[in-house]
Design a protein around this ligand. Structure first.
Ligand SMILES: Cc1cc2nc3c(=O)[nH]c(=O)nc-3n(C[C@H](O)[C@H](O)[C@H](O)COP(=O)(O)O)c2cc1C
Length: 173
């Protein structure tokens, strides 16, 4: 799929079918996630691919009961390794690591879209509970997650914000 078509087709999908994701498809999607840029090429995160139904249900509950997450056959969880992120000091921990995860998540979501799968960025969740569910060692912070699967209910595109409101040339006007 052409890149602009893929970007405009990606939607936050909140309804999934039971169809399983083939291993080779999953592999391609996570490979795309690791191709994202990262400050100092450190990639100070881990990606946990959760396929266990019970764990997925608990993650949905930990995500403020956003139970549509539990319909998906896979949930992808991103965790930052604080020690690796601190290679760039406070800025590395508080900014670069989160930007790195954002870039990687977007790659993952676009790769999923191009292969006919759906995702939904989930930021609203109890970090401690999710860290507990994936048995994260100390020093890891769960920062974002997404369900991954097939869907028959792709929502209509939301119009993007207007360029006049968001884009400036040379300076704020
Ligand atoms: C940082 C971040 C956190 C988000 N958290 C949630 C969430 O917890 N639950 C949810 O349903 N959508 C969440 N979203 C998805 C947004 O609601 C969605 O991207 C937005 O409404 C635009 O829709 P679109 O993704 O289909 O373009 C999140 C998106 C981002 C970038």
């Amino acid at each position: 799929m052409e890149v602009f078509e893929c970007i405009s087709k990606r939607r936050s999908v909140r309804s999934y079918c039971k169809k399983q994701v083939p291993d080779d498809v999953l592999e391609k999607i996570v490979e795309a996630a690791l191709l994202a840029p990262s400050a100092g090429d450190i990639h100070p995160y881990r990606i946990v691919i959760v396929r266990d139904e019970e764990k997925i249900r608990r993650i949905a509950e930990a995500a403020l009961n956003q139970m549509f997450i539990a319909q998906a056959p896979i949930v992808i969880v991103y965790l930052v390794n604080i020690e690796e992120a601190s290679a760039y000091g406070r800025r590395g921990v508080e900014l670069y690591s989160l930007l790195d995860v954002g870039a990687s998540m977007e790659n993952l979501m676009l790769a999923a879209t191009s292969l006919g799968l759906s995702t939904c960025w989930i930021g609203a969740f109890d970090e401690r509970k999710v860290e507990d569910i994936v048995k994260a060692p100390r020093g890891y912070r769960a920062v974002s997650l997404t369900p991954l699967g097939y869907s028959d209910h792709i929502p209509r595109a939301i119009p993007p914000p207007s360029k006049s409101e968001k884009i400036y040339y040379d300076e704020f006007k």
